[in-house]
Design a protein around this ligand. Structure first.
Ligand SMILES: [Zn+2]
Length: 157
């Protein structure tokens, strides 16, 4: 399935890595495994993997591109203050993507979905500064639970 050994090695590396990693990081990890590959080779292999729909890219807070396996492309909540990124267990767009594929004759390999704001700990910091955001957030959710498992199936019309 994977045409080059670089693609195979990078795919295996991403399989063993839970978070997205940059091309630089992939390059370094391959080197640690004794695989001497140029950065250009790593980028070329990543592009090949993206074209096969196996790997996705997403901008990281470091402004680098983070690469991961498409099967693990879950939505993220990203904190603008501390840079923390939390994966959501469910994807509210799954049904929409299925319809898009059916109606638009477009095969979706993956999509990225990001919610940007403040994590709970940074909301607490801001509340100490007299901010109003926290009180409003909490009264809306009614709890401090931030495990983000609350997204179930989308409400039926
Ligand atoms: Zn934060």
């Amino acid at each position: 399935m994977l045409r080059t050994s670089s693609q195979r090695q990078i795919y295996q590396l991403l399989q063993a890595t839970l978070d997205e990693i940059s091309a630089q990081e992939i390059h370094q990890r391959l080197r640690l495994q004794g695989q001497q590959k140029g950065l250009a080779t790593v980028y070329r292999a990543l592009r090949g993997l993206q074209q096969k729909g196996l790997v996705y890219a997403r901008p990281l807070v470091t402004r680098e591109q983070g690469f991961g396996l498409c099967e693990r492309a879950t939505p993220h909540c990203i904190c603008v203050q501390c840079g923390n990124s939390v994966r959501l267990a469910d994807n509210p767009l799954d049904e929409f993507v299925r319809l898009l594929t059916q109606r638009a004759d477009f095969l979706v390999y993956y999509h990225t979905l990001e919610f940007v704001g403040l994590c709970l700990s940074c909301q607490d910091d801001r509340a100490g500064d007299g901010g109003m955001e926290k009180g409003r957030m909490q009264s809306e959710t009614g709890s401090k639970d931030t495990t983000l498992k609350a997204f179930g199936a989308p409400p039926t019309p």
